[in-house]
Design a protein around this ligand. Structure first.
Ligand code: TTP
Ligand code: MG
Length: 367
């Protein structure tokens, strides 16, 4: 087949459309065609988990406060999350993906990467495979998915987002340069509003602008991130689809019924979170060296602060101490009211595969 040498690596990224909201519309025909918001009630302090495409026309999006969403669209129908139902659909979707290749890496409930370079049934054309997957998913769940087909994970992810809902976007190896050239920097996963703003000050708006600045300039300015941006801007991504990296972070968070100003109360919350996260991971026989603290202030500014240790944390107390240190030294907690606190451990690894940890565990009798 002529296309074979071109497609050295065939990656598909699948992302379900308006996942939670689409499930609610599927399960309740009265909601079809209407602005549906899944998440907290509008008279609570909750937020929008997601909303139907009909609601998005009003400017509503994930993480917006439900109260604001209600102001933007007074006729919107608010529905509470039914996580167990969404998890069951997710399980079915991931099982469908694994019918095509064992190399499936779920990123969240509704999103996964597949490496289909060697397809289980020998299908060579990745576009045919993506079409089949979308059909399979619809047949089983009655939900639509968007797919991106590309020679690497980055390009596949950007592509899947381009023609939502029910999209299928292909970036052939020969089209990579053209595809990235006019791509806004904000489309690079990892570039948020802050980085976007910094880049804009330097007159960098597209991937072409990044490339023309050169690697030296970008690394001088942004360190490791500069190198990362320079690679992505050329469409380069050497990451592999790792089937076991289902969850890279284990975390918990809470939106408080009243904003917190008192550090002691926040530390108490972090103590409970540390116990939950450490015990949860220990039970799963997984652990990570990066402790991540998330703070959302009363004005909805969200920050994350993290610390990476040289060894796995040994106890919930250790996680607690690090999170308190981050809270006190790296956030405005105590000075600015806090609406939400979250704590996670990331860069997770299987403990079974890490001998040093097992040895230390046995020695210290942790598990
Ligand atoms: P997304 O894939 O980001 O969003 P989506 O599937 O609703 O819409 P899109 O068509 O743009 O892909 O997230 C998947 C689900 O994760 C989403 O349905 C709800 C949940 N979610 C939250 O609960 N909170 C959030 O902030 C986000 C972004 C998603
Ligand atoms: Mg989605």
């Amino acid at each position: 087949m002529a296309s074979k040498p071109l497609w050295q690596k065939r990656i598909i990224h699948i992302d379900m459309d308006a996942f939670f909201a689409a499930i609610e519309q599927r399960d309740n025909p009265d909601l079809v065609g209407k602005p549906v918001i899944v998440g907290g009630a509008p008279d609570s302090r909750g937020v929008v988990a997601t909303c139907s495409y009909e609601a998005r026309k009003f400017g509503i999006h994930s993480a917006m406060s439900s109260a604001k969403a209600k102001r933007l669209c007074p006729n919107a129908i608010f529905v509470r999350s039914r996580i167990s139902v969404y998890k069951e659909d997710s399980r079915k979707i991931m099982a469908i993906l694994r019918q095509h290749t064992p190399l499936v890496s779920p990123v969240s409930l509704d999103e996964a990467y597949l490496n289909v370079t060697k397809h289980k049934l020998g299908i060579e054309d990745p576009v045919t495979i993506a079409k089949l997957i979308k059909q399979n998913i619809y047949a089983v769940t009655k939900l639509t998915a968007s797919a991106g087909v590309a020679p690497n994970l980055f390009l596949a992810k950007v592509a899947s987002d381009m023609n939502k809902p029910d999209g299928l976007t292909v970036v052939k190896p020969s089209e990579v340069s053209q595809f990235v050239s006019e791509l806004p920097v904000r489309k690079i996963p990892g570039v948020g509003p802050v980085t976007e703003k910094q880049l804009k000050l330097l007159k960098i708006e597209t991937c072409s602008d990044l490339v023309s600045k050169g690697e030296f300039f970008l690394t001088q300015r942004f360190g490791k991130t500069g190198r990362f941006l320079y690679a992505r801007a050329q469409g380069i991504d050497y990451r592999e689809v790792e089937p076991h990296s289902a969850s890279k972070q284990y975390s918990t968070e809470e939106t408080f019924s009243k904003d917190l100003l008192d550090l002691k109360t926040m530390q108490h919350e972090l103590y409970l979170f540390s116990e939950e996260v450490f015990a949860g991971l220990t039970k799963k026989k997984r652990m990570g060296k990066t402790i991540v603290l998330k703070v959302k202030y009363h004005d909805f500014e969200v920050i994350t602060r993290s610390k990476t240790l040289s060894k796995f944390p040994r106890s919930a107390e250790e996680v607690f101490k690090i999170s308190c240190d981050l809270l006190v030294r790296k956030t405005k907690a105590g000075k600015k009211p806090v609406r939400l606190l979250g704590l996670g451990i990331s860069n997770l690894e299987d403990l079974k595969e890490d001998k040093s940890y097992q040895e230390r565990d046995l020695f210290e009798g942790i598990l």
